[in-house]
Design a protein around this ligand. Structure first.
Ligand code: SAM
Length: 345
């Protein structure tokens, strides 16, 4: 199976005997479906997934009764217990710290903690991440610029408290402010993105059903709800931590909206009056344009009659040919040195 696997999964495959007979919890940046294969080695496998794209792919694959699969921002079953945690290092260090903090309370005393990831993703800092949990970590294997690091849990981890991981900031909107709440690793966790700022400065008047696609911490949706309290707001993202951040952002401002997971337009019902987005062009550590290109192509099918799409993107991204093909009209309604704001109808 190796040829289809990421370098990290290949490293895990050749070390899979480490997981034999264990009740294994797997989380973090799952680049492929290799985690499912560990069902054949471990006594049971639980995959805690914060990425809806991977969750859907795992869900669609055949599995055995000794597999449980969850998509959320924190584990729901806090009574479950595991002998080993395998964390596939996510892009943001703070997200690794968050996942260790929320998952280690599910481990039995003396459990194995495994961290795997690419050098460019920071796996060489694994000893620092693990220092809170064990007495010294060791590198078990490395290949193809990836490493697998281990330590044994030697202390009872502190009870997880989600509130301690939420950061807050306020952004001025007209004569007031909107409060933003963000969990680790979520886009715009500390400040308003320049592209989103350009979009918000030039948004036309809105009405009806408004979708903030790839909502992150809910910045765009919350500012728009502040300006146009009568809109029917919907926010979606692929990342469970982003969804929880958006829920908290809306609540912090006394706003209402439907917040739900969607892999681009996968879970979006037709009939949107305004599709508003600062779309992604990364997946994990890699640049990836295809999801946004496919979203542009499919977007007209989700719009109501007369519906519009407002999309902000780095000026170097080549979305116009896709807009040209998918929409009757499109134009750049604002731009600066780095970003362009497109309106398509
Ligand atoms: C450039 S950020 C914009 C975040 C937020 N709207 C803002 O302005 O701060 C793009 C967002 O898209 C999300 N995303 C990435 N891939 C996605 C996908 N396939 N479907 C939906 N959202 C996705 C990311 O998690 C991230 O929150």
């Amino acid at each position: 199976m190796s040829h289809a696997l990421s370098p990290v999964s290949q490293l895990l495959e050749r070390n899979q005997s480490l997981f034999a007979g264990k009740r294994l919890l797997i989380a973090g940046y799952l680049e492929d479906n290799f985690a499912l294969h560990l069902q054949t080695v471990a006594s049971c496998v639980s995959i805690f997934c914060t990425d809806y794209h991977r969750y859907r792919a795992l869900q669609a694959s055949p599995s055995s009764p000794n597999l449980t699969l969850e998509f959320d921002h924190q584990p729901r079953d806090t009574d479950a217990r595991y002998d080993a945690l395998l964390l596939l290092l996510p892009k943001a260090k703070r997200e690794s710290q968050y996942l260790l903090a929320c998952l280690t309370p599910l481990l039995t005393p003396g459990a194995d903690l495994f961290l795997a990831g690419e050098n460019r993703g920071g796996i060489n800092g694994a000893d620092k991440l693990l220092a809170l949990y064990g007495d010294g970590s060791s590198k078990l294997d490395s290949a193809r610029r990836c490493s697998l690091v281990h330590c044994r849990l030697n202390a009872e981890p502190a009870r997880f408290c989600l509130e301690q991981w939420v950061t807050n900031y306020a952004i001025p909107v007209d004569t007031s402010t909107v409060n933003i709440c963000a969990l680790p690793g979520v886009f715009s966790a500390d400040a308003l993105d320049e592209g989103s700022a350009l979009l918000l400065a030039h948004t036309p008047p809105l009405h009806g059903r408004v979708l903030d696609l790839g909502c992150g911490a809910g910045v765009i949706g919350a500012v728009l709800a502040h300006r146009y309290p009568d809109i029917k707001l919907e926010l979606c993202d692929i990342n469970a931590l982003a969804l929880e951040s958006s829920r908290r952002t809306l609540a912090a401002n006394g706003m209402h909206g439907k917040v739900h997971a969607s892999d681009m337009l996968s879970d979006i019902a037709p009939g949107i009056d305004f599709l508003i987005t600062n779309p992604p062009f990364h997946a994990g550590l890699n640049t990836l344009y295809a999801p946004t290109e496919q979203m542009i192509t499919a977007a007209p099918g989700r719009l109501a009659k007369g519906g519009k799409m407002l999309l902000v993107a780095n000026a170097f991204l080549r979305y116009p040919p896709y807009l040209e093909r998918a929409f009757e009209r499109h134009s750049v309604i604002a731009e600066n040195r780095k970003f362009r704001l497109y309106l398509a109808s």
